[in-house]
Design a protein around this ligand. Structure first.
Ligand code: BG6
Length: 489
C-alpha cells in the first residue's frame, strides 16, 4: 500500500503542534505504512530541505520522550516534501495534480488544516484538477461552520465533489483512547447494560474543564465561544457515546446511525428551558495553579464588554424509553480549577434503606477521560459499627469505598495519541471515529436556539474568577434538580 498525504496548512499551528508530531510517532512505532509521502502545502517559498529543517526544529519542542534522534529524523525526513501553493490559483492545483498523478499512490489524503472559509473553494479546485478519484480522501478540521447554515453550505460544497465515504470530519475527542474505551465499556461488557437506563440512573454529568485560557487563539475564539468550540462537537459526541443504543455492529455507519438518533432525541429548547437550563460565563482575573492570570478581555487585548462565553453549563434530556426524565448535565470552560475531563454516572439510591448511609452517598461510576484515564466504581460498604457505651452494637453504618482502575498504570502512558490514531484511520480508510454530515448538522440544529437566545439576552455571560469551577449559577442550575456537581460532593 502506498499513500500520499497532502497537508494543506503545512506550516500552520495544527501541523506543527499536532499533525507532524503524530505522524512522526506513527513512523517511529512502525505503524505508518512504509511507502508513504507527506507533502506540506503552504504559501511560503520553501525548498524540501528548508521545510524538513523547520519540522526538525519543531519536533525538538515536543515532550522529551517524543523527540526524534538525528538518525530517526533522517529516515523520517525522506517522507517529507514541500509544495508552495496559492490556494486561489488554479495553476497551483495543476502543479499538485501533476505531482500526485506521477506517483499514482493507492491512497491520496487531502488534509485541510486551513481556515474553513477555504474548504469549499479548495475542494472544488481539487476536483477541477482531477484530484477526486476514488483513491482520494479529504480530511476536514473543525470548525465546520459557525451555525447550521454555514455548516450545511460547507458540507454541500464538499459533497458535490466527494462522496460521504471519502470525507473524514475530525473530532479529535473521538481519537482519544479514553473515549474509545467508553464504547468498549458499554458494548464489550454485559455488566453495565442492564443498569444503563432511567430506572437505575439518576443523572449523568459530563465535564470538560481546561486550565488554559484562550492564549494565542483569541482571534479565532472571540465571537465563537465555548458552545460552538466545545459543546457542539466534543461534549455532544461524549453524550452520544454515553446515551446511544448498542449498534448492530462496529461499522462506521451502524455507530453513526445510533449517535444520530441520540442527537435527534435531545429535548427541544423552550423559552423556559433556555432561561433555566443554560448558564454562560466568562473568566475574570484569578489564580490558576498558583499563578495570577488576567481576565478574558485583558488576555485578548480587546475592550471589556465582549460577550463571548468561555464557560457553558447546560441541562438536557434524551427523550426516549431508555432515558426519559434523566438529566444530562454538560459543563465546559477555560481557566477552570483544573484540567479535567470526566463523565460521572450517578445511580439512584436504594429503593428502601435498611442501613444508615452518609447523606448523598450513592453508587457512582466515574469515567476519567483526561488527564487521568481510568474508571472508578463507587460502592457502599460496611463502615464502622457504633455501639452504645459498652453495650451491644446498635447501628450498621455504610461507608463509601471505590474500585479504581487506572488505565495509564495498567497499559502504560505510551498509548497511541488521538491524532496518531485518527491519521492512521484516514490512511486505512476507517470512518468509525469520524463525524458524518447528518450528525454534525443535527448537533448544530440543537445548539442554534441557544445561540439565538444569547443574541437577545442583555445579561451577557456571568463573570467567574479564573481558577474556579465557573459561575455559581452553574451550581444553582443543577441544585434545582436536587443534585450537585461531582466535585462538590
Ligand atoms: C479544541 C478547541 O477543539 O479542543 C480548543 O478548539 C480546546 O479550544 C481543545 O482547548 C481541547 O482539546 P484537549 O484535547 O486539549 O482537551
Amino acid at each position: 500500500m502506498s499513500f500520499d498525504l497532502i497537508l494543506f496548512g503545512g506550516t500552520g499551528d495544527l501541523a506543527w503542534r499536532k499533525l507532524l508530531p503524530a505522524l512522526f510517532q506513527s513512523f517511529r512505532h512502525g505503524s505508518l505504512p512504509a511507502n508513504g509521502r507527506i507533502i506540506g502545502v503552504a504559501r511560503d517559498a520553501l525548498t524540501d530541505e528548508q521545510y524538513r529543517a523547520l519540522i526538525a526544529s519543531r519536533l525538538q519542542q515536543v515532550d522529551l520522550d517524543k523527540r526524534p534522534t538525528d538518525e530517526e529524523f533522517a529516515r523520517f525526513a525522506q517522507l517529507l516534501h514541500y509544495l508552495r501553493m496559492d490556494l486561489s490559483q488554479s495553476s497551483s492545483y495543476a502543479a499538485l495534480a501533476e505531482l500526485v498523478k506521477a506517483r499514482n499512490a493507492s491512497t491520496v489524503v487531502m488534509y485541510l488544516a486551513t481556515a474553513p472559509s477555504l474548504f469549499q473553494n479548495t475542494c472544488q479546485q481539487l476536483a477541477a484538477a482531477g484530484l477526486n478519484g476514488p483513491q482520494v480522501r479529504v480530511v476536514l478540521e473543525k470548525p465546520l461552520g459557525h451555525d447550521l447554515a454555514s455548516n450545511r453550505a460547507i458540507n454541500q460544497a464538499v459533497r458535490a465533489v466527494y462522496a460521504e465515504k471519502q470525507i473524514f470530519r475530525i473530532d479529535h475527542y473521538l481519537g482519544k483512547p479514553s473515549v474509545q474505551n467508553l464504547f468498549a465499556l458499554r458494548f464489550g461488557n454485559v455488566l453495565f447494560e442492564p443498569l444503563w437506563r432511567r430506572e437505575t440512573i439518576a443523572n449523568i454529568q459530563i465535564t470538560i474543564a481546561e486550565e488554559l485560557g484562550v492564549e494565542k487563539r483569541g482571534g479565532y475564539y472571540d465571537g465563537i465561544g465555548a458552545l460552538r468550540d466545545m459543546v457542539q462537537n466534543h461534549a455532544l459526541q461524549l453524550l452520544c457515546a454515553i446515551g446511544m443504543e448498542p449498534p448492530i455492529n462496529a461499522h462506521a455507519d451502524a455507530i453513526r446511525d445510533e449517535k444520530l438518533k441520540v442527537l435527534r432525541s435531545l429535548t427541544p429548547w423552550t423559552a423556559e428551558r433556555l432561561r433555566n437550563h443554560v448558564v454562560r460565563g466568562q473568566y475574570a482575573a484569578g489564580t490558576v495553579g498558583g499563578q495570577a492570570v488576567p481576565g478574558y478581555a485583558q488576555e485578548l487585548g480587546v475592550p471589556a464588554g465582549t460577550q463571548t462565553e468561555t464557560f457553558v453549563a447546560l441541562r438536557t434530556e434524551i427523550a426516549n424509553w431508555r432515558w426519559a426524565g434523566v438529566p444530562f448535565y454538560i459543563r465546559t470552560g477555560k481557566r477552570l480549577a483544573g484540567r479535567d475531563a470526566r463523565i460521572v454516572v450517578n445511580f439512584r439510591a436504594t429503593p428502601h434503606a435498611i442501613f444508615s448511609a452518609p447523606a448523598g452517598a450513592v453508587n457512582r461510576l466515574v469515567i476519567h477521560l483526561q488527564p487521568k484515564d481510568g474508571l472508578e466504581l463507587h460502592l457502599l460498604t460496611q463502615g464502622e459499627q457504633h455501639s452504645g457505651a459498652g453495650g451491644p452494637r446498635t447501628t450498621q453504618n455504610l461507608a463509601p469505598a471505590h474500585l479504581d482502575l487506572d488505565f495509564d498504570k495498567r497499559f502504560g502512558s505510551g498509548r497511541v495519541g488521538a491524532y496518531e490514531r485518527l491519521l492512521l484511520d484516514v490512511i486505512d480508510g476507517r470512518l468509525n471515529l469520524f463525524v458524518r454530515s447528518d450528525e454534525q448538522e443535527e448537533a448544530w440544529r440543537w445548539v442554534e436556539p441557544v445561540l439565538h437566545h444569547w443574541e437577545h439576552d442583555t445579561q451577557g455571560p456571568r463573570a467567574y474568577n479564573a481558577g474556579t469551577w465557573g459561575p455559581s449559577a452553574s451550581s444553582a442550575m443543577i441544585a434545582r434538580d436536587g443534585y450537585c456537581w461531582h466535585e462538590e460532593q
